[in-house]
Unconditional design. Structure first.
Length: 351
């Protein structure tokens, strides 16, 4: 709660509008209620008003202060469908199909964010990742000058000696199965930028492997080594101050005594705050192990490289997890152009 408490304070000064497409999901309702009660902004619930009222009553959640929109009866439905048809014309999408797409709450919510009618979107509590990210990639898309869309998990562990006062940023844990050198370097830089935006500290980024500084040889290790060098180059080019090191084993990245023996002169080893995994298997497994075995508070997946702030929460998320993710997305929205300077300039369908 130390981490999200700081986010709450920022959002209370700069409240934001977060759209929740899963308006009848009890955990989402509870998170949205807390979002409003804590004065973080306006939660927007999508769905049939009567069904949301029934679900809210069953969960004992007051709806006062929350905005409810039914895509099927929204005055924006035709406009959104027209925008989507224009956006997907090259794929052969007609107006009838576009209208049907906009009746899907994830598509409607993505269009709300794209059209600046909401500041961010949080979905996934009852949906698989594909159902959440597909509308985002089709409507919101990757930010201009950002070449890689990925995701990040923010983990807050009880032991404050790890990461930055117990907070670590892990990527990619949800989008790219096997990133190449270019993608891995992008993931490292964009995750470091998010870490800096949220905690204000100079990121210490470890690109992880089963080898530390050549203790083994394999093409995957060479990929991590090359990505580390490229990430450093990209950060310098962007005038972004962060420390990168790799390849590192996770114990060398996190445990000072082990780091002293393996890489004594590293600025990152033993005190990494950002952990970059060589592939999606490693990242996803590690994040869930931390959450359930180490009892870490887990906030994610925070989507990186998108044109607007968005998140895909796990179907196993609690109401507290969803609230934390909504707070992250809201804080991102406060100064999103610091992460992606060209983001948000065009509306869907505009050239």
């Amino acid at each position: 709660m130390r981490f999200v408490g700081g986010l709450f304070e920022k959002l209370q000064r700069h409240p934001k509008r977060i759209v929740f497409p899963e308006g009848t999901e009890p955990r989402v309702l509870q998170a949205a209620r807390q979002f409003h009660s804590l004065r973080l902004g306006v939660p927007i619930l999508l769905g049939d008003r009567n069904k949301i009222k029934i679900a809210a009553a069953s969960a004992n959640v007051p709806l006062a202060g929350m905005r409810i929109i039914n895509p099927a009866s929204s005055e924006e439905l035709d406009n959104f469908a027209e925008r989507y048809a224009t956006l997907r014309r090259s794929k052969g999408i007609k107006e009838k199909e576009a209208r049907e797409a906009m009746l899907n709450h994830n598509y409607f919510g993505a269009m709300m964010v794209a059209m600046h009618q909401a500041d961010g979107i949080v979905s996934g509590a009852s949906e698989i990742t594909g159902s959440v990210v597909r509308p985002l990639f089709q409507i919101i898309k990757v930010a201009p000058k950002a070449t890689t869309a990925s995701s990040c998990m923010i983990m807050e562990v009880p032991d404050s000696r790890f990461g930055e006062d117990g907070v670590m940023f892990l990527a990619d844990c949800g989008i790219i199965p096997d990133p190449d050198v270019e993608q891995l370097s992008d993931i490292a830089v964009s995750t470091a930028q998010l870490a800096h935006q949220l905690n204000g500290k100079r990121p210490r980024v470890a690109l992880l492997s089963y080898s530390t500084k050549g203790s083994a040889t394999h093409p995957v290790i060479a990929k991590v080594q090359a990505a580390t060098a490229l990430a450093e180059q990209k950060a310098r080019g962007a005038l972004f101050e962060a420390d990168f090191d790799g390849e590192l084993q996770v114990d060398a990245a996190l445990v000072p005594d082990i780091a002293q023996r393996k890489v004594p002169h590293s600025k990152v080893a033993g005190r990494a705050s950002v952990l970059i995994f060589p592939d999606l298997n490693a990242g996803n497994i590690a994040s869930k192990l931390l959450q359930h075995v180490a009892r870490a508070n887990a906030y994610g997946q925070i989507l990186l490289g998108m044109d607007r702030p968005a998140a895909d929460v796990s179907r196993g998320s609690s109401a507290h997890d969803i609230l934390g993710v909504a707070a992250v997305v809201g804080v991102q929205a406060i100064a999103y152009k610091e992460l992606y300077p060209e983001a948000g300039r065009r509306l869907p369908g505009e050239k």
